[in-house]
Design a protein around this ligand. Sequence first.
Ligand code: NDP
Ligand code: MG
Length: 334
Amino acid sequence: MTATIYYDNDADLSLLKDKTIAILGYGSQGHAQAQNLRDSGCNVVIGQRPGSANYDLAVEHGFEPLPVNEAAARGDLVNILLPDEVQGDIFRDHIRGNLSEGNVIMCSHGFNVHFGQVEAPAGVATLLVAPKGPGHLVRSEFERGGGVPCLIALGDGSSEETKQLGLAYAKGIGGTRGGVIETTFAEETETDLFGEQVVLCGGVSELVKAAFETLVDAGYQPEMAYFECLHELKLIVDLFYQGGLNYMRYSVSNTAEYGDYSRGPRVVTEETRAEMKRILHEIQSGQFAREWILENRAGAPAFKAMRRRDRSLQLEEVGLRLRSLMSWIDAKEV
Ligand code: NDP
Ligand code: MG
């Protein structure tokens, strides 16, 4: 099955001419999508609570931010670009009652719609237009005349008309310049969670930690372990990004390539693959979503404890020191 991909010629911006787009949240995605849409000639209102840097930024960018409920009431398209873990409560308390028939609820990640936290009232459609990149890139690529590729998915209450609005929206943020891939709420949500848990965040972090600790426990200098197990990862990922695994293997030495084929499968074993399947089942069944929603309702105690624990790892202390000596890497501190 190959994906259907839409480009500029498949989308008609004029469909948004008489519509108001409410962008709720002026964070990473909100600030980028709102400005791109405005530059594309769309009518944009911002819903952003006062008293924060994001509110001031919206004002600085020439918007007049409204309370979330008022912006939701003004929007024909209401895009919820708040953190995923607060969307359910804010939707129930401030958004749902301000929607009217024919409105479209939008999002950039399907979690809350797919797992029933954001449920469209009768006559309201749900639509996902999700840039496959962080907000600052969505903005900077657009300004350069390009665009970050997007996903589009139709949820409950959607029609062909909703899809055309979604493609117009994607064009407004620059997405059709990079290509808009058609997917479903289930596929976007489940693959996104799986990717971040198994590879991008969970898998890679744990691999780096375990390898670093193995070297340090064996008596090697932590600085050496840091360079080998974390710092150099970027060089490898850059090669993946440019030309896949093949290009990485073409670029590294034959010794490294032989070590890759012969040792890699001993690190990621059949047992690891079985665990990946279990993690995927927990995502598909909604078990992970329930756990995360309840965790947040309880004030996120386990989450905060795990965050505290990992912030003080030796790997982080060593890294902080080494990065401060490498002026070119634009070192960040949390
Ligand atoms: P951010 O955390 O960057 O921004 C969140 C916005 O919501 C801020 O304007 C924040 O305002 C506001 N906000 C936070 N908490 C509350 C609250 N309790 N009540 C009212 N407003 C609140 O979010 P992102 O842009 O990263 O994420 C938005 C959506 O986009 C999510 O669904 C995410 O999954 C999705 N997404 C994000 C990507 C990314 O790279 N960041 C990529 C693709 C999708 P304040 O300053 O006042 O806290
Ligand atoms: Mg993601």
